[in-house]
Write a protein that binds this ligand. Structure first.
Ligand SMILES: *Cc1c(COP(=O)(O)O)cnc(C)c1O
Length: 493
């Protein structure tokens, strides 16, 4: 299998090259040259552990990894860092199946991919004969930063530097990052917002002079963001896992179609579900759930992608995104894998902030539909599901549950449905508890940990317990124009 660029047909990369490079040199995203099909039946796959299933799915994409290399990566990722041997357990509530993707080290679904990416990356470096230390630069609005830090912590041959907006993350997210152990980790607060951090990281990694200087000193930059195929491929696994788990438990028949609902920001998670469908997973509809930043909802209704609009800060911050990078991979498929056509649309997006797809391309969207939930509906959904099933979900998952309810009302479709549950409610205690009862409004996030345990009956996760008394290790704060100096300082260059 080779990986092509969505913007240049003439390029072909092996999976290890694509993982190391992240983004194609001309700005395109790597896409598999053809979608592989499962080579085992669902009945066979349903007998496997999560780890063995991960191997069966990932081997179809990472064809230049040996079995031993890939299994080694998987074994280092999906181990006792997860608080359940099921890795991604499924809970039935409110007429749907919640696929809990938050049992990893940092209690958000980012762990599903970022616990394996560092191992895929160091294995790729070895295969490609890279003789430099890999420096991961990441800008974060909250969840990615901590998940990347936890993933790369103490991985030999790597260092990681995370920039977060100093006043733009939740108290729990901030504490998670600044207490991060590991001699190869570095966390910096930026005097600015997430876009400033993101632009700074882009400027640093695109600075040819700096790259040369660092190469001299034995370092090379890479990225852990969600466009890396080393993050996308591991995300396909849990949709297959959900299907074969429902099959094993007799909730569906072999071959029966399911719906999948995904709370969406950068379009990475739902794209993985679409890849699973293309590989042959029986899926009827992929329901793309948005919060008040509903660019994707509008896109699925009209075929027009338009980021020129007001930006809303919501209780589901990891979905507060107006530019969904991974959508480009779907657009490329819709225009018949035509890099030229795709590049034209992406150029339009860059210049005007919008583009419209053709009627022929719109016809290719029939697997998808979009719904959105505003802030009030999100809170109402948390309250309703708790009242009915004593099950407490986080605001991102609540956006998805609300979208599903609207879909069901509109269509009457009673297909068995899986909802991707992307974060633990313990990460957003204030939003969650004040949705359930306004008496919690006056309290801070950290004061609501014990009340959440009492109400939910779910023990406080290790990720929360370990930060309560952990010493602060990272106190660096810098201005937007000091980021390069900070990076050089950390690397001793
Ligand atoms: C990142 C994130 C999302 C959005 O996922 P995408 O792959 O960017 O669409 C949703 N929920 C949570 C909790 C997240 O951390």
């Amino acid at each position: 299998m080779y990986f092509k660029s969505t913007r240049d047909d003439s390029l072909a990369f092996s999976s290890s090259e694509a993982i190391l490079t992240g983004l194609s040199p001309e700005g395109g995203l790597f896409v598999p040259d053809e979608m592989p099909a499962f080579d085992r039946t669902f009945a066979e796959l349903s007998a496997l552990s999560y780890q063995d299933l991960a191997y069966e799915v990932m081997k179809l994409f990472l064809t230049d990894f040996t079995e031993a290399e890939l299994r080694d990566c998987i074994d280092h990722a999906y181990d006792e860092k997860f608080d359940t041997p099921a890795i991604a357990p499924i809970k039935e509530a409110d007429g749907a199946f919640f696929l809990e993707l938050f049992h990893g080290k940092t209690i958000a679904f980012k762990d599903m991919a970022l616990s394996i990416l560092p191992h895929l990356m160091t294995a790729s470096a070895k295969k490609c004969g890279l003789d430099k230390e890999i420096v991961i630069l990441t800008a974060t609005s909250g969840d990615t930063g901590k998940a990347a830090l936890a993933g790369f912590d103490s991985v030999p041959g790597t260092r990681i530097i995370v920039f977060y907006p100093k006043d733009g993350v939740s108290p729990i997210q901030k504490k998670q990052m600044v207490t991060q152990p590991g001699s190869n980790t570095f966390v910096v607060g930026i005097e600015g917002n997430f876009d400033d951090a993101q632009n700074g990281v882009k400027a640093i990694s695109g600075n040819a002079e700096l790259r040369a200087e660092l190469a001299e000193a034995g370092f090379t930059f890479s990225s852990a963001n969600s466009i890396n195929i080393g993050r996308l491929v591991p995300q396909i696994v849990y949709y297959v896992h959900a299907y074969v788990s429902l099959l094993r438990e007799g909730k569906i028949a072999d071959g029966e179609k399911i719906n999948i609902v995904v709370p969406t920001g950068n379009f990475g998670n739902i794209l993985a579900a679409f890849y699973a469908k293309q590989m042959g997973l029986p899926v009827r509809k992929l329901i793309c759930a948005s919060n008040e930043n509903k660019v994707l909802f509008d896109f699925f209704r009209t075929g027009v992608y338009d980021r020129n609009r007001e930006f809303h800060l919501t209780s589901s911050p990891s979905m507060d995104i107006l530019l969904s990078s991974n959508l480009e991979r779907l657009i490329w498929l819709l225009c018949g894998q035509n890099a030229q056509e795709n590049r034209k649309l992406m150029q339009e997006l860059k210049e005007t902030g919008k583009y419209e797809i053709s009627d022929a391309m719109k016809a290719g969207l029939e697997s998808f539909c979009g719904y959105y939930a505003d802030e009030e509906e999100t809170a109402k959904t948390i309250r309703k599901i708790f009242a009915r099933d004593s099950y407490i979900i986080d605001p991102h998952t609540a956006v998805a549950a609300c979208a599903y309810e609207k879909y069901r009302e509109d269509t009457g479709d009673d297909t068995v449905t899986v909802i991707a549950s992307t974060a633990s409610p313990y990460k957003f205690t204030h939003s969650v508890l004040s949705a359930i009862d306004e008496k919690y409004d006056a309290y801070a996030d950290f004061d609501l940990i014990a009340p959440l345990q009492e109400l939910s009956g779910v023990p406080v996760p290790g990720a929360i317990r370990e930060i309560l008394d952990a010493p602060v290790k990272h106190t660096t704060v810098c201005g937007r124009d000091e980021m390069t100096a900070v990076v050089k300082g950390f690397l001793g260059v």
